[in-house]
Design a protein around this ligand. Structure first.
Ligand code: GLN
Length: 254
C-alpha cells in the first residue's frame, strides 16, 4: 500500500527530503523495500509543508506517479520547510481516483496520511458511520477509506483529544465497531509528528537536529529505529517516544 514520511527539523528542501535520498519516497513510488501490501505506489502522491510564520500548511497533490510529474523536481528544488508530510499512493481497489484522494488530507494546521485499508469500504463504513456525524461524512475530501478515517480522527482532535489519543482511539473504536484493516496513520501540526504502526511498517530517525518518521528508511545510514506493530510514535526534533496503542487509549471510553 502507500508509503508516507514526515520530517521536522532545520529547513530542508523538498528535494533533499523526498527525491535525493537513495531509497526515499520518490524511489519508493516504484521500488519500496519494506512494503507489506501492494507493489508500486503509482496512483498519485501528495506533499504538505509549512512556511515560516504561517501555521496552515500548503499542499501539492497529483493523481500521477511521483516520477511522472514534470513540475515536481523544480518545485522541490526551491521549496524549503521545517515541517513536511508527504505520501505516495497505491489506491486500494474500489477507492476513488484523483488528486483529492491522495494524502495528505488537511484541516487547519493538521496534515494526515493513512497507509493501509479499511476492509470492505464503503459498505463496512455503514455501521462505523455512527462514530461520526453526518456533517463530517458529507464533507469528506474524497470517497476513500483514508478520508473517512481522517474525519474520525479530526472529530476527536476537534473535541480536544491529544493527537496520539485521537489516532489510537480512532483505531480502537473502528475495531470495536467490527471494522478491520490496516491503520498506519501519520499526523503532524508542524511542531510534532504522531505515527501509528498497525499492520504495516513504520520507522523513525533522529538526525542532524531533525526527526523523520517514515514507512521505511530512505537510506542505509545508521540511526533508523523500527516502531513495533500496534504502537504509536510521538516525535519532535528534541526526541521520540514509542508507546503501545493500548497504553495511549487507556481510560478512554468512547
Ligand atoms: N486505502 C488508501 C487508498 O486507497 C491507502 C492505500 C494505501 O495505503 N496504499 O488510498
Amino acid at each position: 500500500m502507500c508509503r508516507h514520511l514526515a520530517y521536522l527539523g532545520p529547513p530542508a528542501s523538498l528535494r533533499a527530503l523526498l527525491i535525493d535520498p537513495p531509497f526515499g519516497l520518490y524511489r519508493q513510488a516504484w521500488a519500496p523495500r519494506r512494503q507489506r501490501h501492494g507493489t508500486v505506489n503509482a496512483d498519485g502522491f501528495g506533499v504538505g509543508w509549512y512556511a515560516d510564520g504561517d501555521p496552515v500548511p500548503a499542499r501539492y497533490r497529483r493523481d500521477v506517479p511521483m516520477w511522472g510529474d514534470p513540475s515536481l523536481a523544480d518545485l522541490a528544488r526551491v521549496t524549503r520547510s521545517r515541517a513536511v508530510l508527504a505520501a505516495v499512493r497505491s489506491a486500494t481497489p474500489g477507492m476513488a481516483a484523483g488528486p483529492a484522494a491522495a494524502a495528505p488530507f488537511a484541516s487547519g494546521r493538521w496534515l494526515f496520511s493513512h497507509n493501509g485499508a479499511l476492509s470492505g469500504w464503503p459498505g463496512s463504513a455503514e455501521p462505523l458511520a455512527v462514530l461520526s456525524d453526518l456533517n463530517v461524512i458529507l464533507t469528506l475530501e474524497a470517497m476513500v477509506d483514508s478520508a473517512f478515517l481522517w474525519a474520525l480522527v479530526l472529530g476527536r482532535l476537534r473535541a480536544g483529544a491529544p493527537a496520539e489519543v485521537a489516532l489510537g482511539a480512532t483505531i480502537r473504536s473502528v475495531e470495536a465497531a467490527g471494522g478491520s484493516g490496516r491503520f498506519n496513520f501519520l499526523l503532524t501540526d508542524g511542531e510534532s509528528v504522531f505515527g501509528t504502526a498497525a499492520g504495516d511498517t513504520l520507522w523513525y530517525r533522529l538526525a542532524g537536529a531533525g526527526v523523520t518518521v517514515a514507512s521505511e528508511p530512505s537510506d542505509d545510514e545508521p540511526g533508523w529505529t523500527e516502531v513495533p506493530d500496534r504502537h504509536v510514535v510521538t516525535a519532535a526534533p528534541s526526541g521520540a517516544a514509542i508507546r503501545p496503542l493500548t497504553a495511549v487509549t487507556e481510560g478512554i471510553t468512547t
